[in-house]
Design a protein around this ligand. Structure first.
Ligand code: CMC
Length: 392
């Protein structure tokens, strides 16, 4: 069996080769298919970036129109799946609802699940991209007791989602352009991040030839953890906690440094970035602008800025190379857009979906694909004889 090396948390072990996303963590560089994240954030759209991640090249006008039309065509949920939402408690966490509903999609489309059938994979890809926002909006509607709307396919992707989330049947919903553009940009920033925990989960499950819906549901569950996507919700909870305790930023930082009860500065630190996360830099620049345009003033923004200043000038954070990551400022924008904290990680999931699917497809198209099956170093008892229960 040869020599087995231990690499807890896969700190130094590459699990695959990939052509999708490039990160240089020391230099703070992130590129999708070679394009710098800054250029995509400023000039592209989430659908265009989704196409780029999935197909490797930016789409032509016709290709984008076709992709967009296909997604619009599939936004509806089966009426039976809609009933699913009635089965959850009112206070169900929307990430749990999201993962459950995505898992359930495979029961509605059993004919298209074969991972080696390109037509089925393409259809499942479009269905997922189209239906995830609908599912996300319905999870929110359930939590506030409002009726579910049907998608309006005359609207583009983000507008459709905003209306499904915040619209009510009795009133016409006007899409706010600042909100739409901000959310589109944030989705671009989340669209892929190479072999992070949730993407690795998607690939691991898929490597067993499990179908796309099953693999993506696994990714959503991995993302829900506070060390990963759940951090955006945790950041807001942390900022609220500091505000409630009289805005004592320095006292909170002391607690973090003393590792009191495992308190971490949420939204700080990253396995790969040992420099400012380029996504965080983009979010930070837009936060003030978006809040101003939306007419929102939030005392939590001041706390976040202070917290960052204190942390970045403190030895503890400097020597560990801990910088703000993408989750540090995003929550403040989501909050300003009207989303409750429990929906923050759901928004991350909508953004990450094209990356998960692109990674799953890349893996599936590899003729040398092997099932993910790490080894271990056994540390349990050596061989011993069974003892009957009467003698124990
Ligand atoms: N606050 C305080 N100390 C920290 C933090 C933090 N946020 N992150 C790492 N450290 C310390 C850690 O205690 C350790 O110190 P020591 O050497 O004294 O034991 C050192 O820095 C190295 O940390 P690590 O846990 O070995 O690093 P990791 O690469 O395993 O963890 C991480 C990466 C993202 C899980 C971690 O930085 C963390 O828990 N951050 C807070 C949660 C968070 O913001 N997650 C979002 C990640 S980015 C996007 C995403 O995936 O959603």
């Amino acid at each position: 069996t040869g020599l087995v090396t231990l690499d807890t948390g896969f700190v130094n072990t590459a699990s695959c080769t990939s052509e999708i996303t490039y990160i240089d963590g020391d230099a703070g560089i992130l590129r999708y298919r070679g394009y710098p994240i800054e250029q995509l954030a400023q000039q592209s759209s989430f659908l265009e970036v989704s196409y780029l991640l999935l197909h490797g090249e930016l789409p032509s006008t016709d290709q984008l129109a076709e992709f967009d039309a296909a997604i619009r065509h599939h936004t509806l949920l089966d009426e039976d799946l809609k009933r699913f939402f009635d089965g959850f408690p009112r206070d169900a966490h929307p990430m749990a609802v999201l993962a459950s509903a995505v898992n359930a999609l495979s029961t509605f489309y059993p004919d298209d699940l074969n991972p080696t059938d390109p037509a089925g994979v393409e259809l499942s890809t479009i269905r997922l991209l189209a239906k995830l926002p609908t599912i996300a909006a319905y999870a929110y509607k359930k939590s506030v007791g409002q009726p579910l709307l049907y998608p309006d396919n005359s609207l583009e992707f983000v507008s459709n989602f905003l209306r499904l989330t915040f619209g009510v049947p009795a009133e016409k919903y006007e899409v706010n352009e600042t909100a739409r553009a901000a959310l589109d940009l944030l989705l671009i920033l989340h669209a892929d991040h190479e072999q992070n925990c949730s993407t690795s989960a998607v690939r691991t499950v898929g490597s067993a030839q499990a179908n796309l819906f099953a693999s993506i549901a696994a990714g959503i569950n991995a993302l829900s953890g506070p060390s990963h996507g759940g951090a955006n919700q945790a950041v807001l909870e942390m900022l609220r906690g500091i505000h409630a305790s009289g805005d004592d930023v320095a006292a909170f930082v002391r607690k973090v440094k003393n590792k009191e009860a495992g308190v971490r500065l949420m939204g700080f630190g990253h396995r790969v970035y040992k420099n400012y996360d380029p996504r965080a830099a983009l979010v930070k620049t837009m936060t003030d602008d978006v809040l101003t345009k939306l007419g929102v003033s939030d005392p939590l923004l001041d706390i976040a800025i202070q917290l960052e200043q204190v942390a970045l000038s403190d030895e503890y954070f400097i020597e560990r190379k801990l910088y703000p990551n993408v989750d540090f400022y995003t929550g403040l924008i989501y909050k300003a857009l009207g989303f409750p904290e429990s929906m923050f990680t759901v928004l991350f999931a909508i953004g990450r979906l094209p990356g998960w699917i692109a990674q799953w497809r890349e893996m599936m198209s590899d003729p040398k694909l092997k099932i993910t099956r790490p080894r271990q170093i056994y540390t349990g008892p050596t061989a011993r004889d069974y003892v009957g229960i009467e003698k124990r």
